[in-house]
Design a protein around this ligand. Sequence first.
Ligand code: PEP
Ligand code: MN
Length: 265
Amino acid sequence: NANKKFHNGRLVVDVNGVKIGGGEFQIIAGPCSVESREQVCFVAECVKKSGAGFLRGGAFKPRTSPYAFQGLLGEGIDLLLEAKKMTGLPIVSEIMNITHLPLFDPVDVVQVGARNMQNFELLKELGKTKKVILLKRGLANTIDELLMSAEYIMAGGNENVILCERGIRTFETRTRNTLDLSIIPVLKKLTHLPVVIDPSHALGYSYMVKPMALAATAAGADGLMIEVHNDPPHALCDGAQSLTPEAFDDVAKAVFQIRPFACRF
Ligand code: PEP
Ligand code: MN
């Protein structure tokens, strides 16, 4: 059950000793998409050095256009595992189809993307597993709908759910989406689940990532998801919002500096 009333204290998700929630803070960083062994291993080494706790990387990509790069699929997962072996970082990757579940067996955190937040059959099947699920808020979904989607997973017996705000659709077009930071106090009031903020997808431009990452940290997020690419102008997906490893290092340093002063719930 996602309702805080039914739990003593906050959920601390522990992935091989890397903890998030209940006072434990983590940065999840990595490329939007796994593009090659060299790319994902290089980015993994960089973000680890900067203090990231998890490596992210899309293998199955939910692209708006069917003609856009769709990801390296199973090979992408294999390359993430190589980067994990090199760095020790646990990995996060998005699942789009439940028939792919066996491929995600070695994946530490299974992401349900914004576009699948209300894919109820997918949520029910993930609820039958013991996988840690990172559930992203849909592009046009309310907080209560997000919580109900978490409930779909938890109702099946899987209590390991991390919630993620990644921006919502509004009338504003200067940003890719509108980052709803007010979700942090709202979710902290309603649920015991960890809350991650993804400024990369919310803002859509790399220059906006640092201020919003700092704001999310100050407001009490349990973690951040930040896209990092070795060569953002040539990224196969989401280059405009991707940070270089150097820019990520700067953001991570600032985030860790203000984290001790962050709002506590
Ligand atoms: C992603 O994390 O790369 C992604 C596709 O995110 P979202 O579902 O939030 O758009
Ligand atoms: Mn992306």
